[in-house]
Design a binder for this molecule. Structure first.
Ligand SMILES: [Zn+2]
Length: 449
């Protein structure tokens, strides 16, 4: 076990690196300072003995770095781009100046994802120092600058550069620490399909008296939406659940051991209840292993004060499906089409909104996961909280499909970290533990202890 005191110089250097990176306004949505930030990241890596190759991306350069030699190869995935800083007036300190207040470091990217990158780099630096300047395992690092705009180049890049990126496991770009200081580890991400359903029954709006003789697009959309799931949340499209990979017994046990967060969710958001009156076990099972259909918005007709007797000409609904391993996004769209046709709703048009994402999940019993858990126990001194899958989505699938790597998300975020929002922050103690975890994890992979 590494005493945090030994790591002090590396933590201080890491904090200085973080300040330098936060100062670079690498907002990918606005194309700001992306080559400059890629160059700064390259310099930091080269100073630690990495060879760095830069490749063009659709929005920003991708970097592939490599250093070290040993029995194990670790792939690390991070990104150097950030979300826009707006609204500026809600920041308590300048977004691109790393600022310490009350045990936290504030700044855009302090957590997502520059803080994660820098804490890992600090761990590499500490490990090299401990091993006489040599890194006792091979570290491959993929760092992109397009994550916050949906990673448009990433999947094809991973496929084309599979040889360069092959590894025994991948350390995913994010992670967090619970309120009470336990490391929170995620081993998967759900897939996603975003769609719009549209219906038009006339070229222009009509007097509502004509509703006696002419169909209504919002009625037809309601009928379509209502046919997609039941009251418990189960999707009722035939074939939707076919081919799903069931969780392993280790995954099921991990989900069953997760804390009951329903009270906290109810308190934070004032939600009135849970689908299927889920108890804690069922809530965690659903969040980790169940696909879902969610209606994002229902639009059409008159919505202002009072009444307007109108028969609208058209309307639309936006929805997303969250998928689990074994569900093919394209197939889900086809099943939806077939289902609507079978319901005599062929006039409902389906528009696919964004590129779809497949789900990915690494088994908790995988040796790479077990190494991460062991390192987390020794560096945090507490039992990790293990999510077999996050409820959210991200580009993990290409890594598993093309590289065959196990993926572990583990990092320095905190519940109040305000990622993507004003006053993004990390807790200083989480940064320190993150560096200690990185040292323990790399050491564990390199030497098995
Ligand atoms: Zn982000």
């Amino acid at each position: 076990m590494t005493e945090p005191a030994d790591l002090t110089p590396f933590i201080l250097q890491g904090t200085r690196d973080l300040a330098a990176l936060v100062a670079l306004e690498s907002v990918s949505a606005q194309g700001r300072m992306l080559p400059e930030t890629a160059a700064a990241v390259t310099r930091l890596l080269e100073a630690e003995g990495f060879t760095v190759r830069q490749y063009p991306g659709q929005v920003a350069p991708l970097l592939v770095a490599e250093a070290g030699e040993g029995p194990a190869t670790l792939l690390i995935y991070n990104h150097y781009d950030v979300q826009p800083e707006a609204p500026l007036d809600l920041w308590n300190s300048p977004p691109f100046t790393l600022t310490e207040r009350d045990g936290r470091l504030y700044g855009r990217g302090a957590s997502d994802d520059k803080g994660e990158f820098v804490s890992r780099l600090a761990a590499v630096r500490a490990l090299r120092a401990r091993h006489g300047g040599q890194l006792p395992l091979r570290v491959r690092w993929l760092i992109e600058g397009e994550e916050e705009v949906g990673s448009p180049s990433l999947a094809a890049f991973v496929e084309q550069h599979a040889e360069e990126l092959k590894a025994d496991g991948c350390w995913w770009e994010f992670g967090g620490v619970s309120e009470d200081g336990r490391p929170v580890i995620s081993l998967g991400l759900k897939g996603i399909v975003c769609l719009e359903l549209g219906c038009r029954t006339a070229d222009s709006d009509l007097h509502s008296s004509l509703g006696a003789a002419i169909d209504n697009p919002l009625y037809r959309l309601s009928k379509a939406v209502a046919s997609l799931r039941d009251d418990s949340g189960r999707v009722t499209i035939p074939g939707f659940y076919d081919g799903i990979h069931p969780p392993s017994s280790a995954d099921s046990q991990a989900a069953a051991a997760l804390p009951d967060v329903r009270g906290a969710v109810q308190q934070s958001y004032g939600v009135r209840g849970f689908l299927g009156n889920a108890d804690a076990g069922e809530y965690n099972r659903r969040m980790n292993f169940e696909p879902a259909l969610n209606i994002n918005g229902f639009h059409g007709g008159y919505g202002d004060a009072g009444s307007k007797t109108v028969l609208p000409a058209s309307g639309f609904v936006k929805l997303d499906f969250r998928l689990v391993p074994g569900q093919e996004p394209e197939r889900i769209v086809k099943l939806l089409r077939a289902h609507l046709d079978a319901q005599h709703l062929s006039d409902i048009e389906i528009t696919e909104l964004e590129s779809h994402e497949h789900a990915a999940r690494t088994d908790v019993a995988h040796p790479f996961v077990q190494a991460a858990l062991q390192a987390a126990r020794s560096s945090y001194g507490s039992e990790p909280v293990v999510h077999p899958s996050s409820g959210g989505s991200g580009p993990m699938y290409p890594f598993m499909q093309h590289l065959g790597v196990a993926c572990v998300a583990m990092g320095i975020g905190n519940v109040g970290g305000r990622v993507h929002a004003p006053n993004e922050n990390i807790r200083v103690r989480d940064f320190e533990s993150g560096v200690a975890f990185g040292v323990a994890f790399l050491e564990q992979l390199a030497t098995g202890r």
